[in-house]
Write a protein that binds this ligand. Structure first.
Ligand code: ZN
Ligand code: ZN
Length: 236
């Protein structure tokens, strides 16, 4: 039976070759070829105790990164699966453009294995919302797909009562200083608030969006906020 399945898969790959999301070369796996997979930096210690960003060697003696030390983070902790480098960027682009469930499912599985304790006692998975006009154009919100895949793996329900009430500029198109201001007051929670929330997004850069969402959740009365993202930039 196993051989029949393997042969079928080989036949399908032969008819519809699978391209690596990074280098676009035909790969015998479904997401990344082995060469590109090896260039993904999965986050491991040392990382910032608050935002989970990977430390470069010269600041590894610290427990918090400079940004978490200097700025108020409204979430309790955040963790990411891999460093947002050139190769990881291809995974994020694919996530944003196609909502590739196979790819997202694998990343979520790895997130769950890597940070199992983060999911303990969580009553709701909340995706960072995009404005409805953007969801309409794209057809989906990438954070929703990540949230649903995590929910399938953990049986924790997804609650989509956090809404983006204003159409903000794209965060990656503006300076770091403008980002917090850009998302200020952009979110609203509707309805009963769960006590322990897992807030989900695709990338953590400055953390301005996750911070503003967390502020909205805190103001609505939630107690614990853990954040997970697929990728994050290096700590500074
Ligand atoms: Zn490749
Ligand atoms: Zn940090």
């Amino acid at each position: 039976m196993f051989n029949i399945l393997n042969s079928t898969r080989s036949f399908i790959n032969w008819v519809f070759p699978v391209a690596c999301v990074c280098c676009n070369k035909v790969s015998d796996c479904s997401v990344l070829c082995a060469k590109c997979f090896n260039k993904i930096t999965f986050i491991d210690t040392p990382y910032c105790g608050k935002c989970g960003k990977s430390f470069t060697t010269d600041i590894s003696h610290k427990t918090l990164c400079t940004e978490c030390f200097n700025e108020t983070r409204r979430f309790d902790i955040a963790r990411s699966l891999f460093v947002y480098n050139l190769y990881a960027r291809q995974i994020i682009v694919r996530t944003k453009q196609t909502g590739d469930r196979n790819l997202i499912q694998k990343c979520c599985y790895l997130l769950l294995i890597r940070y199992a304790t983060l999911f303990k006692n969580i009553n709701a998975i909340v995706p960072v919302p995009s404005h409805w006009t953007r969801t309409l154009v794209r057809g989906f919100n990438p954070a929703d797909v990540i949230a649903w895949e995590l929910s399938l793996l953990t049986s924790i329900p997804v609650i989509r009562k956090l809404k983006r009430i204003s159409r903000t500029k794209y965060q990656h198109k503006i300076s770091k200083a403008e980002r917090a201001e850009n998302v200020k007051g952009a979110f609203m929670w509707y309805g009963e608030i769960p006590s322990n929330i897992l807030l989900v997004d695709d990338v953590f850069t400055t953390g301005a969006t996750l911070n503003e969402c967390s502020k909205t959740l805190r103001d609505a009365g939630t107690e614990k906020i853990h954040c997970v993202t697929l990728a994050s930039t290096d700590a500074r």
